[in-house]
Design a protein around this ligand. Sequence first.
Ligand code: M6R
Length: 611
Amino acid sequence: MCGIIGFTGHKNCVPHLLDALSSLEYRGYDSAGIAYSTDEGIRIIKTSGKIEALKNKIKDYETAHCNISGDCGIGHTRWATHGEPSDVNSHPHRVRDLTLVHNGIIENYAELKESLAAKGYTFLSETDTEIAAAQISLRYSETSDPIKALHKAAEDIRGSFAFGVIFDDYPHKIYAIRRDSPLVAAAADGCGMIASDITAILPHTRKYFPIPENAALVIDGDEIFFFDRFGRELDIPEEEVTWSTEDARRGGYPHFMLKEIFEEPHALRETFASKMVGNLPAINSKILSSRIGTIHIAACGTAMHAGLFAKHYIEKLAKIPVTVNIASEFRYCDPLLDGEDIVLLISQSGETADTLASLRLAKSREIRTLSLVNVAGSAIARESDEVIYTCAGPEIAVASTKAYIVQCASLYLLALDLALKRGMISAESAEKMCSSFVRDICSGISSVFDYSVTEKIDKAAEYISARRHVFYIGRGIDSHLCTEGSLKLKEISYIHSEAYAAGEMKHGTISLIEDGVPVIAIITEISTAEKMISGIREVKSRGGYVIAFVSEEIADKFEIPYDEVVSIPCPSTHAHLPIMTALQLMAYKCAVKLGLDPDKPRNLAKSVTVE
Ligand code: M6R
């Protein structure tokens, strides 16, 4: 999604803006631009395309005119929502006496546009952002005060936004305001900055100010002042990022996605350290210790798939009913929520708009909210009644890998913790289950990286990357792994794939199986292995090419009629997450074999902060 950056106080902010924009590239974007103050006024350079194209445009400008420098500037990477990716639609936008960058969506932009047009405003672009800029400019003309103008315009605007603004009257200061879109402020080395993502400020400082909802701020050199909507100054405590700059870099791996897959054992250890005491689960939550009716999970994409994994274990171990909801549906389906129910939000970024809206819906219905989030200080973390952090470290690649593994591991511990608290299992069995889980999945995932396994994954990727359609089949919890494995493959390799509960194939989808169509069959459950094998036979007798992903135990015990097999050295009970790691690696390899960049798949963004 779009990225915002702003610097003031440096002799020349332009190189800092460009570096920071590059560090936001992973979020996905289609245009980029900067604006900075000069003796002749504000200069804007922007273009559709990549940051390289922006750099070239800047070079051309320097050749034709003079070297670019300015002590105060703002920058943006745009992911088009209103209007195609084009130079004119790119940010920054300038309206009369101010220049602005924006993340988010202005829902009532059409209404505002009409009333602004009636007041003589004209527009160059098709964007909702230009309308917002005009609305702020209108309010500035009435108040002559940038902070008041930002607050008044925020009241006029419906939707989500983080704005970074330079007013012509204050060319050395950056103003900002946010609602529902991420933005932080920071000061270091005599310079002040704003960024939509902490990664962009890490080269300068690890300390930052989270900007409260609807608060406006001004940065003057390295001084930052925050104001609420009544104009009262706010005292915002500074926070510190625990991630190192190195964490946010690739560390020698060709892609972030690969690095993040290899970080899974480490991320798991961090998660276990924070959620266990001795060999027992210890989730710090008052909500989980209270009476619970139903747990409603709301999440999107991969996080929702982690919710499916959670449902399996919470219902099995703690005997609490769980519903798993796609957040974008949950918020509009008028869900049946009872006073004793809880809503559990799962989100890596903690900023996903639909998940945040589900959280707010639950709160408006006075339902208790608990979130499982990776990014500290994110909107979902801040607004939930309670938050549990997943401790995966920064996840940069658009495709979620280690965050999913760590979400599932945390949710397994949560299920055990609930079962223990509700007396469904004894402390002794909880201890046994917990320690075997920790041992098996850490060693199971590490063993996926052994050559004996990766060469099999590579062979499977070779076959699949030459095909256009793939099916994933499994039963029980394995069918949930199929759903996530299939998403991983399609999002980064653009190969069409579908996941099916294996028993459903014969109710329709099997008609699509013909010679050579790859079918990935996941088997970890001994109780349903025979049924899976019959399903595989049906597929094979129609010409399907079966690649089985199984635990070693299943491979030894059963005769599976596969064409290829990836067998994971891990006890069946805990083979699910190691198999997921193998599927992630296979998807990664497919993308690389197809010459695609797995870190930045087309049309996708890391953090989906619009509906
Ligand atoms: O940050 P979140 O966990 O809330 O993100 C939810 C989804 O947008 C995300 O998992 C998405 O599906 C990923 N691209 C999957 O790899």
